[in-house]
Design a protein. Structure first.
Length: 190
């Protein structure tokens, strides 16, 4: 009679162990899928996606859209964008943004591409280039063919545009899948 009870008990135990092994495999698979999804979520979007996800760049995103540059800045890249905040656009003379986004879109495109550099230039690389350039500052060629001069003033990176206006870099190395964004406090003019 003991044999009759042991056999079902052993069989039941074997089935339970097999079921647990399957559950462990499923749990491992679920964990792997969760990790993969987390990695996909953690990967930043394009420059346009990152800017669109930050309310401080609402005016920039609207300007990029009006100028027809959205697909370009969402492209393969890599790009470095010196991105003016909403406050930087607000500092322009009244009506400027509205005029640029409605009737002067070609001029807007020239202004926006003046904020873009081909390639990915991280903050440390820019600082090293500035240090190597000396007191004259480091000339940065933009995708519209213009030049910005990068220098260090009072410990911070400052960009000087073709008209002599300056912009302070207020945040650096905002990662995007197709480049990097550095935040600036002034709209630069070619």
């Amino acid at each position: 009679m003991t044999k009759k009870f042991l056999t079902p008990l052993m069989l039941g135990s074997a089935l339970a162990l097999a079921a647990c092994g399957g559950a462990a495999d499923e749990a491992t698979t679920d964990d792997a899928m969760a990790d993969e999804m987390a990695n996909e979520t953690a990967t930043p979007g394009t420059i346009v996606d990152v800017a669109s996800g930050n309310e401080d760049f609402g005016t920039l995103v609207a300007a990029v859209t009006a100028a027809g540059l959205g697909d370009t800045l969402a492209g393969e890249g890599p790009f470095t964008v010196f991105a003016p905040t909403n406050a930087a656009f607000d500092a322009l003379p009244e009506g400027t943004v509205e005029t640029l986004t409605t009737t002067e879109t070609e001029q807007l495109g020239a202004i926006l591409t003046y904020h873009v550099v081909a390639g990915e230039v991280m903050a440390a690389d820019l600082l090293a280039a500035i240090e190597g350039a000396g007191e004259a500052g480091y000339s940065v060629e933009t995708v519209n063919g213009g030049t910005l001069v990068a220098s260090v003033v009072d410990g911070g990176v400052v960009l000087t545009d073709a008209q002599g206006n300056t912009a302070n870099v207020t945040a650096t190395d905002v990662d995007a899948s197709n480049g990097v964004i550095h935040v600036i406090d002034t709209v630069l003019m070619p």
